[in-house]
Design a protein around this ligand. Structure first.
Ligand code: URA
Length: 435
């Protein structure tokens, strides 16, 4: 096979065969195909698109380019949850333990975050002592015993995606729906779960800016997952405003604890219950979403879901004392309040700008090598739709220096719009696919 012929075929709008796709994915992983030819093919795919069949073939080829986890040593249906990422998204730490308390098994392999705040791995690592590099046998044992464990993605997971994603990043070919779907789903398939629940975010703080785009991506990923033999469903959820009240790694762990104790932000609580219920249905442990929702309420009220998180953290080397007393979690030393500039309702609190404010405070990383300040971040005392008097604090910012706080305040000033009329909030869960 010759790469130049594949590039030409796709450039002309042709369909690549399964063999051709498998061949170039293997060549991408091994380094045998030069970057300039891979980049040219990616650009041809960007313009010409891929059929559903091609997308499934690319997903499977990238998944098989490295280790494929075999979770059969864990009894039961293993369910994974994936969020396309947002600001203040700590749902894995809440929905995961709730679902586990209801009998779902989740063996999660998670990436580190790049951007506004850390990923789930960074959030968990903000709890002193927690380890994400757990040997496979121990990882499985924790899932068998507690229902859930989270480890960092190994370097040998989907090397073809690693190569292609890095090239897409520097060739303006990231925002191609088949390439995004194949990239995300290849990692999900290689992680070995039997069923996958996707939380596709839409809005200013998300990858997908419009509902139409998010729907297309969600349908494509659901079809790709099902086409590859894994039961897959999706929800489309709002990411125009930050999710919950805390943005920043240790702060988000503290908020997850509040949620698991049945307290805190009601929109976030509702989303987490919906996600956990979806996982329960996918695992075949409830007949429908309604029945599953009743199970999630019981798991929170009884304290079982909080216990799951504590046991998982202990099993992964952490001290549950930090969860029993979240005020002992890291918190950066400089605190500054952001006051309401005038009396009124918050009409807009732009999620992306809040994320950038958190990044200024040190809660995220701009480059792979950058260090996260686990105790940095934002506590929102008010969110979109709420009323405040002039001078009342809207947010509390935590960082190492006043200069960081000053930069974050500038972002929050841009993020905020005020109105005299009470604004209407749309639904958080906008659509459900394949439930
Ligand atoms: N996340 C991924 O893993 N891949 C993409 O292409 C986009 C988001």
């Amino acid at each position: 096979m010759r790469m130049v012929e594949l590039i030409h075929k796709k450039r002309q709008g042709g369909r690549l065969t399964q063999e051709e796709i498998a061949w170039f994915a293997k060549g991408a992983a091994s380094g045998e195909i030069p970057d300039y030819q891979l980049s040219a093919l990616l650009m041809a795919i960007f313009f010409q698109g891929m059929t559903q069949e091609e997308t499934v073939d690319l997903t499977l080829s990238m998944a098989r380019s490295g280790d494929m986890a075999d979770l059969s040593a864990i009894p039961g249906v293993k369910v994974d949850k994936h969020s396309t990422g947002g600001v203040g998204d700590k749902t894995t730490l809440i929905a995961g333990p709730i679902a586990a308390a209801c009998g779902v098994k989740t063996a999660k392999m998670s990436g580190r975050g790049l951007g506004h705040t850390g990923g789930t791995v960074d959030k968990l690592e903000s709890i002193p002592g927690v380890r994400m590099d757990i040997p496979r046998e121990r990882f499985f044992e924790i899932v068998r015993e507690t229902g859930i464990a989270v480890v960092g993605q190994s370097g040998s997971l989907c090397p073809a995606d690693k190569k292609l994603y890095a090239l897409r990043d520097v060739t303006a070919t990231v925002d191609s729906l088949p390439l995004i779907a194949a990239s995300i789903m290849s990692k999900k398939l290689a992680s070995g779960a039997d069923a996958i629940l996707l939380d596709v975010k839409v809005g200013s703080g998300a990858f997908m800016k419009t509902r139409e785009e998010a729907l297309k991506l969600a349908r494509l990923m659901v079809d790709t997952g099902n086409g590859a033999g894994r039961r897959t469903a999706a929800v489309i959820t709002d990411m125009d405003m930050p999710l919950g009240r805390h943005i920043g790694n240790a702060l988000e762990v503290a908020e997850a604890v509040e949620m698991l104790k049945g307290r805190g932000d009601q929109r976030l609580a509702e989303l987490c219950r919906q996600l956990a219920a979806g996982m329960i249905v996918l695992a075949g442990l409830a007949e429908d979403q309604e029945q599953a929702l009743a199970q999630t309420a019981q798991a929170v009220e009884s304290g079982a879901a909080f216990e799951v998180l504590c046991r998982m953290v202990e099993a992964q080397g952490g001290d549950r004392d930090f969860l029993d007393h979240p005020d002992r979690l890291p918190l950066s030393p400089v605190c500054r309040e952001f006051p309401m500039p005038e009396t009124g309702y918050i009409a807009r609190l732009d999620a992306e700008l809040c994320g950038l404010a958190a990044l200024e405070l040190g809660a995220g990383r701009e480059t792979k090598e950058a260090q996260i300040d686990y105790g940095a971040g934002i506590v929102l005392l008010k969110n979109r739709g709420e009323f405040a008097e002039q001078g009342q604090p809207v947010a509390r910012l935590y960082a190492q220096t006043q200069a960081q706080c000053q930069r974050a305040v500038k972002r929050l000033e841009e993020a905020l719009s005020i109105t005299k009329e009470r604004p209407q909030l749309g639904p958080l869960v906008m659509e459900r696919i394949a439930f």
